[in-house]
Design a binder for this molecule. Structure first.
Ligand SMILES: *[C@@H]1O[C@H](CO)[C@@H](O)[C@H](O)[C@H]1NC(C)=O
Ligand SMILES: *[C@@H]1O[C@H](CO)[C@@H](O)[C@H](O)[C@H]1NC(C)=O
Ligand SMILES: *[C@@H]1O[C@H](CO)[C@@H](O)[C@H](O)[C@H]1NC(C)=O
Ligand SMILES: *[C@@H]1O[C@H](CO)[C@@H](O)[C@H](O)[C@H]1NC(C)=O
Ligand SMILES: *[C@@H]1O[C@H](CO)[C@@H](O)[C@H](O)[C@H]1NC(C)=O
Ligand SMILES: *[C@@H]1O[C@H](CO)[C@@H](O)[C@H](O)[C@H]1NC(C)=O
Ligand SMILES: *[C@@H]1O[C@H](CO)[C@@H](O)[C@H](O)[C@H]1NC(C)=O
Length: 519
């Protein structure tokens, strides 16, 4: 153990071969899955009662066998469940099928496969030019009971006795006070999550070494880390350095002011504020009717999904979204995907594929799409536009009332009279003489406009319409875009949250994670 202390400075200098930086992640689009629930190795469809919280048989081999399904939707990165060996008993809260109940940081979870299976998955992803993101837990372990019923001695690895942990004197119990979040235990007496004492240098060194070892051993391209706010912020830069790859932190809060400072200590954070507010905004049209009866119409879901792909940062789609899974709260949001038969013709599968295709075409265009902050334009009671050149998203939550909605965006920033295409419907739209647009909503659907000449570069976009659009555009002069014009036309009524968001936008990689269940 002492040896590790002296190793610590050495590993910081090493750049792992597969390491992917935030810069390299910026253009990626991530598919997040639960390893136990995504696919089984033998392609059977075993029973899986989500409410029972038991293992259902999904594995790394299963993922490897279904990479076509993921790549077909346009994703270029896969975020998998934690790989550590977990608590392997049936607790009153079920089994550790999700992988978050760490027992041994240095051993793999045998339920998900072997070391070779994991290496094969990583290789298969890399062979496709795709990245792997690993979910990690560092704040705590999980115990089957409280002491004295539970004995720390030799139970967790490498944290082999109680002295590595904070004493169980208090519970975080959902508190948002830093002092409580960081010094008390998560969980409760039924399922305690013993809190690693990260005030101890030897604990810190072991955790820094562990992430380094895992990333280099398996060729991991990026890590997502759980419960960031539960460890003091000055722990994180060293951990991120140990990882040596893009590190995305989970900060579960709808308060942008709370989240913003954490972007200084970790490469990216999950954008829960947008998640909560967007969900609220697009849930309104349904009105205050019982959520299950008043099933959210797909127009609203599509509007929210569209926003995700224009928003600053990396889009992350949680598995099952594409197959219209219903989600709800844990454990209901961890359904087995094999019951969907991995259909590729589902409307939402195709829709996500289109959005990924549009984003890729935008990234490929000479517009600095990834580094230009988005702007809200033409904000009305039930509609708004989002500009992030060369894209202009037109969104509405008016639902069936959308015939009333017209997006009037004089400052859309396109070239005068430019031919645009709504990549979601493949309809042609003409910019006006000043590069603005005036479009009426149809059937509550969103629109994603981009110059036709850019859209047709996207292979997955509007294949049938491309020819027509090309014919229509080729007699026109190549349009000149005014990026400056777009950059400077700031919305005047930005509220405090939006100003705070700008702080986040300035950080290198701002990430949106979603399981959009509009209830
Ligand atoms: C296929 O794998 C699942 C999950 O591991 C298992 O439950 C099932 O028994 C296997 N079926 C066959 C035919 O091997
Ligand atoms: C957590 O808080 C609730 C109510 O605020 C309380 O009933 C419960 O006993 C607390 N649990 C623990 C473990 O402190
Ligand atoms: C944000 O969180 C606070 C406190 O939990 C809550 O009162 C508020 O309704 C939340 N807002 C949204 C948009 O979710
Ligand atoms: C927009 O909402 C405000 C406040 O609720 C209301 O006063 C106004 O009449 C609405 N405008 C339209 C066009 O519906
Ligand atoms: C919207 O219209 C469709 C078709 O006319 C109908 O099935 C649906 O229930 C309507 N939704 C709402 C929220 O009114
Ligand atoms: C849409 O217009 C109709 C009348 O044309 C009106 O009754 C309805 O309230 C309007 N809906 C919205 C969301 O403004
Ligand atoms: C745009 O089209 C209008 C009407 O066809 C025309 O009058 C105008 O000169 C055009 N503007 C440019 C910059 O081509």
């Amino acid at each position: 153990m002492q040896l590790l202390l002296s190793l610590a400075p050495a590993f910081l200098a090493i750049t792992p071969t597969f390491a992917a930086s935030p810069e390299e992640w910026r253009g990626k689009s991530i598919y997040q899955l639960v390893t136990d629930r995504f696919a089984v190795a033998n392609d059977s469809a075993p029973l899986c009662d989500t409410a029972a919280r038991k293992h259902c048989g999904g594995s790394w081999k299963g993922i490897t066998n279904h990479l076509d399904y993921i790549q077909n939707m346009g994703f270029d990165a896969v975020w998998i469940s934690p790989i550590y060996k977990n608590l392997d008993v049936v607790t009153k809260r079920g089994e550790a099928y999700h992988g978050y109940w760490v027992k041994d940081f240095n051993a793999l979870n045998p339920h998900f496969g072997t070391e070779d299976d994991l290496k094969e998955l990583v290789k298969a992803l890399h062979d496709r030019g795709m990245y792997i993101m690993l979910d990690m837990v560092v704040n705590h372990c999980t115990a089957p009971a409280l002491p004295p019923a539970f004995d720390f001695d030799g139970y967790f690895h490498p944290f082999t006795d109680a002295s590595y942990f904070r004493p169980p004197t208090c519970w975080t119990n959902g508190s948002m006070e830093l002092d409580i979040m960081q010094n008390c235990w998560l969980g409760d007496p039924i399922l305690p999550l013993p809190d690693l004492n990260t005030d101890q240098p030897r604990v810190v060194d072991l955790l820094y070494q562990n992430v380094h070892d895992i990333v280099t051993k398996y060729g991991i391209d990026g890590v997502r880390v759980d419960t960031v706010k539960h460890i003091r912020s000055d722990f994180w830069p060293g951990w991120v350095k140990g990882a040596g790859v893009y590190a995305l932190g989970e900060l579960y809060s709808n308060d942008t002011d709370f989240i913003a400072p954490w972007t200084q200590v970790i490469d990216g954070v999950t954008d829960y504020p947008s998640y909560f507010y967007l969900r609220q905004a697009f849930s309104k049209a349904g009105g205050p009717i019982q959520p299950f009866i008043d099933e959210m119409s797909s127009q609203l879901l599509k509007n929210a999904m569209t926003y995700l792909f224009i928003h600053d940062g990396l889009p992350i789609v949680y598995y099952g979204q594409e197959q219209d899974y219903n989600g709800a709260i844990d454990p209901s949001n961890r359904e087995a995907l094999w019951f969907s038969a991995y259909q590729k013709e589902k409307p939402m599968v195709k829709y996500i594929k289109t959005l990924n295709g549009a984003r890729k075409a935008a990234i490929a265009a000479p517009k600095n799409f990834l580094t230009t902050p988005l702007k809200f334009l033409a904000v009305e009671n039930t509609s708004f536009a989002v500009s992030k050149p060369p894209m202009l998203a037109l969104l509405t939550n008016a639902g069936n009332q959308s015939h009333n909605v017209t997006w009037s965006v004089p400052d859309a920033g396109f070239a005068p009279n430019e031919t645009l295409v709504d990549v979601l419907s493949c309809e042609k739209v003409e910019a006006d003489g000043h590069g603005g647009v005036n479009v009426r909503a149809i059937g509550g659907m969103p629109q994603m406009l981009m110059p036709a000449l850019i859209a047709i570069q996207g292979r997955a976009l509007c294949p049938d319409a491309a020819k027509t659009i090309w014919q229509a555009s080729k007699y026109k002069k190549a349009p000149k875009h005014s990026n400056e014009q777009l950059q400077t036309s700031m919305a005047s009524d930005r509220d405090r949250n939006l100003v705070s968001w700008m702080i986040l936008f300035a950080s290198l990689a701002f990430v949106t994670t979603f399981r959009l269940r509009l209830m």
